[in-house]
Design a protein around this ligand. Structure first.
Ligand code: ATP
Ligand code: MG
Length: 357
């Protein structure tokens, strides 16, 4: 049993918009263990990306964390002894020194929407670290220089060593002629190559945890397979933990040891991957698994939709949020009582009244 590196406890994030309040994350609880991969799945809009950003204390405006804890068990070595200290990431100043060291260095993230990974607005004052923390490449600077600066911000290596690391990592993500391409500008690369550069940057800082938010959706299948292999290799080499967000259940089955299933801002079921695939307990998880036509075959198709509509965030149902779409709906119960966590197996947890006493 591997120990937790990051524990997310009852995380709540809201967006206060003109039409009202969106509870984007409203009770996300899970842990990511050292050296292991947690897969996070759920329909579009259920709060996966907002949860991921909260772990780096970078919820996009006008979002606000309104509850919960994100405990990061940082392990450092000093004079040959290992020390573990626990930091609640949500207590850190979002612009402070400590979170900047964690972001990118200790916990790295590969963002969704790779095609936009050029800084939308570049001004002469744009600082390289800001850009890279936001996982954007600065258009007017060579990718190698951007990589070297990021690597050196987080690892004690010389410029020359950092350049070697950059070239090696570009090679490992499948950029042809990396020793030459390292001196190209972002616009000289294709969108897919830029995404691979972003992946290379994230991995070259040897993070303790990688958050990968649909990292390979825009890449073609053979490159995707290569990147997934690379992530697993680095995980073995450095005991890196991975939080892997995807719509592709084939990929999640291949990558993850544990799964968290999200619905409308809540984690509704969590267990190891085999249990989730073969003994899902929550009717939502069951529907999600049924909604892909050919499970097991590594398809690129996204999850087909489940019967019924995801409710409008301003008019959420009472009781269990899934009850209007649930085939097991129990009138008078599911529409009244909000389910809590029930343990249904060894480390298998579900939020559903079918299993509550
Ligand atoms: N900047 C924002 N302003 C207002 N609402 C937002 C903002 N960002 C996200 N949300 C809302 O928060 C909720 C969760 O969004 P999130 O992006 O985390 O979903 P997701 O699970 O990552 O979806 P997808 O699978 O499509 O990437 C959604 O209802 C979304 O509309
Ligand atoms: Mg998302």
């Amino acid at each position: 049993m591997s120990e937790p590196l990051v524990e997310v406890k009852d995380l709540r994030v809201q967006f206060d918009v003109r039409e009202g309040i969106i509870k984007a994350v409203d009770g996300a609880t899970f842990e990511v263990k050292r050296g292991q991969t947690l897969g996070v799945i759920g329909e579009s809009g259920c709060g996966k990306s907002v949860t991921a950003r909260a772990i780096l204390n970078m919820v996009p405006r006008p979002g606000k964390v309104v509850g919960g804890e994100i405990l990061y068990h940082r392990r450092t070595r000093s004079n040959g002894t290992e020390i573990t200290e626990t930091i609640n990431i949500l207590d850190l100043d979002p612009d402070g020194e400590e979170i900047r060291q964690i972001r990118g260095g200790e916990i790295a993230m590969i963002f969704q929407e790779p095609m936009s990974s050029l800084t939308p607005v570049y001004t002469a004052g744009t600082h390289i670290m800001e850009a890279v923390t936001l996982h954007r490449l600065i258009p007017v600077r060579k990718i190698g220089n951007q990589m070297v600066e990021t690597i050196r911000a987080h690892r004690h290596v010389s410029k020359e060593e950092a350049r070697e690391i950059a070239i090696e990592m570009l090679r490992r993500v499948g950029i042809p002629n990396p020793a030459e391409r390292v001196d190209s500008y972002p616009h000289q690369l294709s969108g897919g190559q830029r995404q691979r550069v972003m992946i290379a940057i994230a991995l070259s800082c040897q993070p303790q945890m990688l958050i990968a938010d649909e990292p390979t959706t825009a890449l073609d299948v053979s490159i995707e397979a290569q990147i997934l292999d690379l992530m697993r290799e680095l995980q073995e080499e450095t005991n890196m933990a991975i939080m892997f967000i995807t719509h592709n259940l084939g990929v999640v089955a291949e990558m993850a040891q544990e799964i968290a299933v999200m619905y409308l801002g809540k984690v509704v079921e969590r267990a190891d991957v085999v249990t989730i695939f073969y003994e899902p307990k929550h009717p939502y998880t069951q529907a999600l698994l049924k909604s892909i036509p050919r499970l097991g075959k590594k398809g690129r198709e996204r999850l087909a939709s489940i019967k019924g509509m995801v409710p409008d965030p301003f008019h959420l149902p009472t009781g269990c949020l899934f009850h209007p779409r649930c085939p097991e709906f129990m009138p008078g119960k599911c529409d009244r009582i909000e389910p809590g966590w029930t343990r249904v197996g060894d480390d298998h947890w579900v939020r559903c009244l079918l299993y509550e006493e």
